[in-house]
Design a binder for this molecule. Sequence first.
Ligand code: SAM
Ligand code: SF4
Ligand code: SF4
Length: 337
Amino acid sequence: MTFVARDTLGRPLRDLRISVTDRCNFRCTYCMPKEVFGRDFHFVPAAELLTFEEIERLAGIFSRLGVEKIRLTGGEPLLRRDIEKLVAMLARLPGIRDLTLTTNGALLARKAAALAAAGLRRISVSLDSLDDTVFRAMNDVDFPVDRVLEGIAAAQRAGLSPLKVNVVVKRGVNEHTLVDMARYFQHTGCILRFIEYMDVGTTNGWRLDEVVPADEIVARINERLPLEALEPNYRGEVARRYRYRDGSGEIGVIASVTQPFCGDCTRARLSSDGRLYTCLFAATGYDVRALLRGGQTDADIGAALQRVWSRRADRYSEIRSEQTGRLPKVEMSRIGG
Ligand code: SAM
Ligand code: SF4
Ligand code: SF4
């Protein structure tokens, strides 16, 4: 039986983001800057990662608390060996009506068909610019745009739809390439999602003046490619949606900095080492792995998770201005975007 857990602000637990690894083959400057995530950085050791069986068991328990949507993320989820096996295990869970994955696309050309065959329905691919020089500088490992585009094409051929393309926008870095991006993806069925640069973690040196507000992004695109606003698909949808007036497609903006949406936030995050975080900006997580490996029953674990959610009061983005820079926060690569 499903029981919908609610937090102190009445928000239900609906979405679970599962980070399957904290490792990544990119070093995006806004997420895993090289100076911090270098050779000496200590990633989670293999024995401490949740196994696929543990993730499957937890996902089942979460679904009985109301979770309907699961996103696999990281780090780079396609680096986790045999990730399609985990997809197949989660795709079989009765309560999960939406299973998706966010990837940087580097390994997608190789993996798309297997992911689709395993039961993945849709996917989000991150690509910050079509300008090769800009993109190579942003991923900071000199990875070319073309290889990500090959991954996107493979995902489309495999029927992963709708395919969303995430673009983190940084002032003075890729903002001048947004309209080109919009033009390229018109008529393709891919939905662009422009994301305000966020102050996740403590290592990316975030500054408010590097954020391009969502309204400005929309205005710039609308100037060249006229847009009209669309109604949200469902209450609490994170992206604000627009369609091109000529019917050639849809875009969205995620204004987590300038127009926070904590009031509708129904997301929990599970780190690769099995900690539960109730906010992207949380400093500490609840050790679920200890319960799994300590012989607790599903009912015990469900009750513990429900207790954690029922105490949740997080609304970091809404109170960011008072607190920025003063709170310790977990890194995004650890708990997943
Ligand atoms: N490696 C995969 C990828 O890049 O798609 C999945 C993990 S990544 C942490 C998930 C999403 O978070 C990506 O779309 C990425 O662009 C976004 N992201 C990372 N750091 C961010 C930041 N500081 N502000 C906004 N979005 C960020
Ligand atoms: Fe890796 Fe994704 Fe972070 Fe870039 S955004 S460093 S691809 S985890
Ligand atoms: Fe949810 Fe925390 Fe982001 Fe607010 S700041 S929307 S509570 S994850």
